[in-house]
Design a protein around this ligand. Structure first.
Ligand code: SAM
Length: 176
């Protein structure tokens, strides 16, 4: 699984594809919104990975781990370049899945998984972060956005990039 100290791309790619298929299947039958995985769409994840590479992001805060699909993209993009991902989710079950998925492709070593409500936790993290990837509760709890604005209410984050994906499929579902 390991080549020259880095997780093998084919293993990571295989896992992503499996999670993409499982996520779609799971979310299409799960009626409770909070239990859906709501993973990034692959094209969005690819764009984010390119942006992270261009910006040379090293210390990234993710809000909304879910089962780790996006975290796998983030960690495989910046981890081997000396970067680190801190990822928060308040759902212990999803965090356990994320831990297992990341460990399966040896990416857990680039990631700190934090359990709890990001609106309480984010401001207490040591940081500094040069990028926040916000992917939690845009529709249900818009107040939590404020914690992601650097140099405003979230002092440990440098000016950076704040990435907020729009997921056409899940937004449409959320809004009915
Ligand atoms: C859209 S999903 C994240 C999907 C994930 N980024 C991916 O692409 O695989 C949103 C996640 O945010 C978590 N969440 C929502 N509000 C939160 C909050 N205030 N604090 C921590 N986690 C939160 C939910 O439990 C859910 O797992």
């Amino acid at each position: 699984m390991i080549s020259n100290g880095y997780p093998m791309r084919t293993e990571v790619s295989k896992l992503r594809k499996r999670l993409e298929a499982e996520g779609l299947e799971h979310d299409s039958t799960e009626t409770e919104h909070s239990r859906r995985f709501l993973n990034l769409e692959p094209a969005t994840a690819e764009v984010i990975a390119v942006l992270l590479r261009i910006a040379g992001v090293r210390n990234l805060l993710e809000i909304g781990t879910s089962n780790g699909y996006s975290t796998i993209w983030l960690a495989s993009t910046i981890g081997p370049r000396g970067g680190r991902v801190t990822s928060i989710d308040r759902d212990a079950g999803k965090q356990a899945m994320a831990r297992e998925n990341l460990a399966a492709v040896d990416l857990l070593r680039y990631v700190d998984l934090v359990l709890g409500d990001a609106t309480e936790i984010a401001a207490r993290l040591p940081g500094p972060f040069d990028c926040t990837f916000f992917d939690a509760d845009r529709v249900m709890r818009p107040n939590s956005w404020i914690y992601c604005y650097p140099n405003c209410h979230y002092p440990h984050c440098f000016w950076p990039i704040m990435l907020c994906p729009t997921r056409i499929r899940s937004l449409a579902t959320s809004l009915g």
